[in-house]
Write a protein that binds this ligand. Structure first.
Ligand SMILES: Nc1ncnc2c1ncn2[C@@H]1O[C@H](COP(=O)(O)OP(=O)(O)OP(=O)(O)O)[C@@H](O)[C@H]1O
Length: 250
């Protein structure tokens, strides 16, 4: 684990970089919230972004996704520069999933997949649990089932880069593990590069290769998941359990 920017990744250097930013500033309406971010995700790598509430994780994800324009520095997503829109990044192979249940509740699971141009078989190959639920309105699925549908829909499109922002917010630990295991499998079997924001730190450390810890809009610690896990109590005390109001970016 290191507080500098030179942590060696576990993945071979030869693997393609699907996301890279250096000195990236991000924020809203010209006001910088995240400053000088250096991040990298390679194909087949699962990278976790963790930090206390308000540390800047979602702002970072929105910027990488193309929903917020970068305010400075350099950003490359699947070879496109930081000005490309979410739609054009999606065409290059970006999938972005969030904690919001993005399914249409009045349509069945099958109809939700069809609307997205995803074959039900492809989605069920990722989550076999969905097979029995295809005819059910998405609004009648549990929260965990809705997120399985969301994740299956995203992964069935064969993305090269998956951004997942608190996919498992509010879900039971067993479902969190199931969702994270599928994310890991997508990285291993299909070479998807993954950047994950996750509050379930212990669980995410079991599937991640590397971790960036954010505080007050900056990456202040980075390391392999093993390094962070070995020092987790200290990391949690120092960076993940800030007192309310302590996370105002500075
Ligand atoms: N639309 C916005 N306009 C202005 N400031 C915002 C906006 N959204 C978030 N912020 C501010 O940016 C900072 C970082 O917020 P962000 O949501 O990125 O943090 P986070 O680490 O994702 O937190 P959480 O874990 O609570 O979701 C916070 O101070 C927040 O108040």
């Amino acid at each position: 684990m290191t507080t500098t920017e030179n942590t060696a990744a576990r993945t071979p250097a030869a693997e393609a970089t699907v996301l890279e930013c250096s000195g990236l500033d991000a924020g809203y309406g010209g006001a910088v919230v995240c400053r000088g971010l250096d991040l990298r995700v390679r194909a087949g790598e699962v990278v976790a972004l963790i930090g206390a509430n308000g540390a800047g994780k979602s702002t970072t994800m929105l910027t990488v996704a193309g929903e917020l324009a970068p305010l400075g520095g350099r950003l490359s997503v699947l070879g496109s520069d930081g000005r490309a829109s979410l739609a054009s990044r999606a065409r290059l192979g970006l999938s972005y999933v969030t904690e919001e249940r993005s399914v249409i509740m009045g349509l069945t699971a099958a109809e939700n997949l069809k609307l997205a141009g995803v074959r039900a078989d492809a989605a069920c190959a990722i989550f076999p649990e969905l097979r029995a639920l295809l005819g059910r309105p998405a609004g009648l699925l549990s929260g965990g089932e809705q997120q399985m549908l969301t994740l299956a829909r995203a992964l069935a499109r064969d993305p090269r880069l998956l951004l997942a922002d608190e996919l498992s917010l509010g879900l039971a630990p067993q479902i969190v593990s199931r969702l994270l295991a599928v994310v890991r499998e997508a990285a291993d079997a299909r070479g998807v590069g993954v950047l994950l924001v996750e509050q379930h730190v212990r669980q995410v450390l079991q599937v991640a290769d590397r971790v960036y810890v954010m505080r007050r809009g900056k990456v202040i610690v980075e390391g392999t998941a093993g390094e962070i896990a070995a020092d987790l109590d200290a990391v949690q005390r120092a960076y993940l359990s800030a007192a309310p109001g302590d996370e105002t970016p500075g």
